[in-house]
Design a protein around this ligand. Structure first.
Ligand code: HEC
Length: 150
């Protein structure tokens, strides 16, 4: 691991612990999970640029021997997408999808957003907007971000 990556990693952990105290318990440590992307995701679209995607599985549980995801994702799998403002380096948004069963497409959805010095949000009772778009990724159990080979 390169030194700047470690420094950046620590910075994010600091930001999370200090300012994301209202995140649900099961995702608080997301910055220490497996990062799915290699380089920051800077495509615009539904969510603004400056994004990283994390998953709560080690690569050996996440991937088959051919390097593709083991699908469908198992119950309890959590993907977190974090968006950091490139200027302030503050986390502005956190989006979450958590697998409710082993069935394809059965996710619970959550969204958090910075408001001043707090991060507010939580589970979405009616995530029709999220699902409507993520259905386009049905071939990979509604997850868009492919494993970044490294
Ligand atoms: C219009 C399309 C669209 C909508 C609406 C949308 N997303 Fe996404 N989402 C994406 C795309 C595309 C990605 C891949 C990363 C990127 O380019 O930002 C993504 C990535 C994610 C990820 C990381 C796992 C993955 O699929 O790559 C999570 C978690 C996520 N979105 C949660 C949500 C939640 C929660 C909502 C609703 C509040 C939502 N999304 C609404 C398009 C959408």
């Amino acid at each position: 691991m390169k030194k700047w990556m470690m420094v950046t990693g620590l910075l994010f952990v600091g930001v999370v612990v200090a300012q994301v105290a209202s995140l649900a318990e099961n995702i608080r440590a997301y910055a220490s999970w497996t990062r799915v992307n290699v380089n920051k995701i800077n495509t615009a679209g539904a969510h603004p640029l400056g994004k990283d995607v994390y998953v709560n599985l080690a690569p050996d549980r996440l991937l088959s021997t051919n390097g593709n995801y083991k699908l469908p994702f198992a119950q309890g799998t959590i993907f977190v997408k974090e968006r950091v403002d490139p200027q302030t380096l503050q986390v502005t948004h956190i989006w979450v999808m958590q697998k409710r069963s082993n069935n394809a497409g059965d996710w619970a959805w959550a969204a958090y957003e910075r408001k001043d010095n707090t991060i507010q949000g939580g589970n979405l009772a009616d995530p029709v907007m999220c699902v409507g778009c993520h259905q386009q990724a049905s071939a990979t159990d509604q997850v868009f971000t492919q494993w970044g080979r490294r």
